[in-house]
Design a protein around this ligand. Structure first.
Ligand code: AHR
Length: 499
C-alpha cells in the first residue's frame, strides 16, 4: 500500500472560495442550446421551450455562473439577431463551427433561462468581427433602464427591467489563429482596453475578463499575457486561461498528471499578472478566470454535415479516468483559490459536457460527479494543504504526485472536507493527517467514485454504471486521521464537528 500524508493548520488559510470557480459554459454549438436546454415541444419543455428535465439535473450541480454564447461562436455573432419576435430572426452561417444558427434562442431567452436555473450570466462579446460600437449597444440593451434606442428596444421586446449583467468577457481566444478576427497581442490588448474603457465609463462596477492564452502550449503563451495586460491592465479585472486534455494514446499515468500542467499554467499566469502590476506600479491585482477546461479528445472535431442545424457535434463520452482528471483539476483550482476567482467547466450539456440528453432522457456522465461534489461541498475556505506523496515519472513531470488533494473548511456548517484522487493504477494509498485541531470532528461520510474498468462510461442505456458510493474507509481517532484511497479513485471525505 502506498502511504501519503497531508498537513493542515486551522489558521493557514489560502483563501475563501469564490463560488464562481464552479461555473459552467454554454455555447451555441452542436446540441448544447438546441435540444440540450431548449427544445420546444419536448415532453418536459415549459411554455418557453426550456427542458425541465435538463434543468433539474443542472440544479444538482449548483452552478453559480455561466459563460455564454461562446466560445469561438461569439467571434462572428451579432447579438441583435437573437432578439425580437422569433419569426423575424435571421438564420446565419456560423463560420466557427460550420453550421447554420437559427437564432431562435438568444440573449433574452438566455436571461430567462438563467433566472429559472438560478445561475448568473457571464456574457461574452464579439471582439473578432466587431468592436466598441456593438459592445456599447449590447451593454445599453442589457443594462440601461430606459429612454435610449437600445433600452427601449429591449422594453419593446418584452423586458421592462434591465438584465443588469455585471460580468463580461472581452472576446474569446483572440490569440488563436482559428479565431475569426484573430489578433496579435498588441492589437487585441489595445482593443480590449478601448472596449473596456467605454464599458466602465458606463458602469465602473462591471467586471471584465480579458483573453489570455487558449492553452499553455500556444507558442505565444506568456508573451501574449504580458503584452495584453500591458495594454489593458487598467480595465481588466481577470485574465482568462483555457485548457483541454487529451488521452488518445491511453496513457493513464501521463493523462492523470495533466493537473501538474494546469497548476503550472496558473502559477505562471499569476506571475505575469504580478509582473505587469509591478511594472505599472499599480495597486490593483488582476485575478484569473479559468473559463474553459475539460478533457476533450473522444470525438474532437468528428465530421458533421456542413451547414446543418445543431448537429451532434463535439459530443464526448466520458469514462472513469476522465472523471479522475476532472477531480484533480477541481482540486487544482481550489488550491489556487487566492487567485482563481472564476472558472468554467467547458461545457454544460451535450457538448464536452457532464450532462447528456436525448429527446426523452437526461443522464449524468462520469465527470458530473466530482463537479457536483466540489460545487456543493467545496464551499468555505481552502486550508493550505501540504502534501507529502509518492511520485512517478512521466512525460509531463519527473515527479508527478500519486495523490492530489485539498482540504476545505466550512465554519458555518462546522465541516472539514478532504477531496482526494489516488492516481495509482494498482495500489491503494493510506492517507494520514494530524487533525488534533479538529479532534472533535468525526467522519460523517466518505464517498468514492471508482470502477474496475477505467474506461467505463454512463450511457442512455446504462446511465448508472459509474456512480459514487458511500462507505469508503476513513476515521478520525482523536485527531489521528487516516483514510484508505483505492487505486484510481476519487474520494470525498466529510468530517463534521460532534456535539
Ligand atoms: O469549448 C469549445 C471551444 O474550445 C470554444 O468554442 C473555444 O473557445 C475553445 O477553443
Amino acid at each position: 500500500m502506498k502511504k501519503a500524508k497531508i498537513s493542515i493548520d486551522k489558521h493557514g488559510i489560502v483563501s475563501d472560495v469564490d463560488p464562481r470557480i464552479y461555473g459552467s459554459f454554454l455555447e451555441h454549438l452542436g446540441r448544447a442550446v438546441y435540444e440540450g436546454i431548449y427544445q420546444p415541444g419536448q415532453c418536459t419543455a415549459d411554455e418557453q421551450g426550456f427542458r425541465r428535465d435538463t434543468l433539474e439535473v443542472i440544479r444538482e450541480l449548483n452552478v453559480p455562473v455561466i459563460r455564454y454564447p461562446g466560445g469561438n461562436f461569439v467571434s462572428g455573432y451579432r447579438w441583435e439577431d437573437g432578439t425580437g419576435p422569433k419569426d423575424q430572426r435571421p438564420s446565419r452561417l456560423d463560420l466557427a463551427w460550420s453550421t447554420v444558427e437559427t437564432n431562435e434562442f438568444g440573449l433574452n431567452e438566455f436571461m430567462d433561462w438563467c433566472k429559472k436555473a438560478n445561475i448568473s450570466p457571464m456574457m461574452a462579446i464579439n471582439l473578432g468581427t466587431r468592436g466598441i460600437e456593438s459592445a456599447m449597444d449590447i451593454l445599453d440593451y442589457c443594462n440601461h433602464p430606459s429612454g435610449t434606442y437600445w433600452s427601449d428596444l429591449r422594453i419593446k421586446h418584452g423586458y421592462k427591467d434591465p438584465h443588469n449583467i455585471k460580468l463580461w468577457c472581452l472576446g474569446n481566444e483572440m490569440d488563436g489563429p482559428w479565431q475569426m478576427g484573430h489578433k496579435t497581442a498588441y492589437e487585441y490588448g489595445r482593443l480590449a482596453n478601448e472596449v473596456g474603457a467605454v464599458m466602465k465609463r458606463y458602469d465602473p462596477t462591471l467586471e471584465l475578463v480579458a483573453c489570455g492564452s487558449s492553452g499553455i502550449h500556444m507558442k505565444t503563451f506568456g508573451e501574449w499575457e504580458r503584452e495584453v495586460l500591458t495594454e489593458c491592465y487598467g480595465v481588466a479585472d481577470y485574465i482568462s486561461l483555457h485548457m483541454y486534455w487529451r488521452n488518445d494514446d491511453k496513457d493513464t499515468p501521463r493523462f492523470l498528471a495533466e493537473s501538474v500542467n494546469m497548476d503550472r499554467f496558473i502559477s505562471e499566469v499569476v506571475s505575469i499578472c504580478d509582473y505587469v502590476k509591478s511594472r505599472k506600479q499599480s495597486k490593483k491585482q488582476v485575478n484569473l478566470s479559468f473559463d474553459e477546461w475539460n478533457p476533450w479528445y473522444h470525438n474532437r472535431h468528428a465530421p458533421i454535415e456542413a451547414w446543418s442545424r445543431h448537429p451532434h457535434q463535439e459530443e464526448e463520452l466520458y469514462n472513469m479516468e476522465d472523471a479522475l482528471l476532472v477531480g484533480s483539476a477541481l482540486i487544482t483550482l481550489l488550491r489556487h483559490a487566492d487567485r482563481v476567482k472564476i472558472a468554467c467547466m467547458a461545457q454544460l450539456v451535450n457538448v464536452i459536457a457532464p450532462i447528456m440528453t436525448s429527446d426523452n432522457h437526461v443522464w449524468r456522465q462520469t465527470i458530473f460527479y466530482p463537479y457536483m461534489h466540489v460545487s456543493t461541498m467545496g464551499l468555505g475556505r481552502v486550508l493550505n494543504t501540504l502534501v507529502d506523496t509518492p511520485t512517478y515519472e512521466c512525460s509531463v513531470s519527473d515527479h508527478a504526485p500519486y495523490l492530489d488533494s485539498v482540504v476545505v473548511e466550512n465554519e458555518e456548517e462546522e465541516t472539514l472536507t478532504v477531496f482526494a484522487v489516488n492516481k495509482s493504477e494498482e495500489e491503494s494509498m493510506e492517507l494520514s493527517c494530524d487533525l488534533r485541531q479538529y479532534a472533535d470532528y468525526t467522519v460523517a461520510e466518505h464517498l468514492v467514485l471508482e470502477n474496475s474498468d477505467r474506461y467505463a462510461v454512463n450511457t442512455e442505456e446504462d446511465p448508472f454504471r459509474v456512480v459514487p458510493q458511500t462507505g469508503g474507509i476513513s476515521k478520525n481517532d482523536k485527531g489521528n486521521f487516516t483514510a484508505v484511497l483505492n487505486p484510481l479513485s476519487w474520494n470525498v471525505i466529510r468530517l463534521k464537528k460532534t456535539r
